[in-house]
Design a protein around this ligand. Structure first.
Ligand SMILES: Cc1cc2nc3c(=O)[nH]c(=O)nc-3n(C[C@H](O)[C@H](O)[C@H](O)COP(=O)(O)O)c2cc1C
Length: 179
């Protein structure tokens, strides 16, 4: 059994849902999993693995993610860790791996943190849920990237099997504790 902490930065809740799916995968395997917003992160000591997940907004991960990593680099390096990124660009097969996703590549280039595991997941698109300004922005992005622009579109591009596999790989990173 391992203690695993999953921290997330999420604007409309999809990254949180991905984290909760990871927890649902890991708890039946006997692991203790805490899913916590990044802004409320507890001390990392005592965890056997730490995951950070963050979504993309207007081409970037939120500065709070970089700030958290900067402030907690030593603690993050003292424990097996993983990072995953959620975006609509990742719906494209040519951009859905850590090696091919532009946001993940930018993240890795910008931070000194070297997570042992990286994940890239497609996000969701639900025009009706967004505040008006966000609806315009995301429609513009969808026009540029040849995605759906119909304002009634509700689409989920997350490969949930890939999320579950990522969760199992996180557990494999963690040093097991005696039961
Ligand atoms: C205002 C806004 C801007 C976005 N900008 C981008 C973007 O630049 N590139 C991209 O691939 N996805 C973009 N997305 C899509 C989100 O990353 C995707 O919807 C994700 O599932 C959001 O996760 P969250 O609800 O956890 O924040 C944007 C979404 C919104 C609402």
């Amino acid at each position: 059994m391992s203690r695993i902490l999953i921290l997330y930065f999420s604007v409309y809740g999809h990254t949180r849902r991905i984290c909760e799916t990871m927890r649902s995968e890991l708890v039946p395997l006997g692991h203790a999993v805490d899913v916590v917003p990044l802004a409320e992160a507890p001390p990392l000591e005592g965890y056997d693995a730490v995951v950070i997940g963050a979504s993309i907004r207007n081409g970037k991960h939120n500065p709070a993610v970089f700030e958290y990593v900067r402030r907690n680099l030593a603690a993050l390096e003292a424990v097996p860790s993983a990072f995953f990124s959620v975006s609509l660009v990742a719906r494209k097969p040519a951009k859905n791996t850590p090696e091919t996703n532009p946001y993940m590549k930018a993240f890795v280039a910008r931070t000194p943190w070297k997570p042992k595991l990286l994940g890239v997941f497609g996000g969701d698109l639900d025009y009706q849920r967004y505040r008006t300004s966000d609806r315009y922005i995301i429609r513009f992005i969808m026009t540029l990237t040849r995605g759906p622009t119909d304002p009634n579109t509700k689409a989920e591009y997350t490969d949930w099997a890939k999320v579950s596999e990522f969760a199992r790989n996180v557990a494999a990173l963690a040093a097991p504790r005696p039961a």
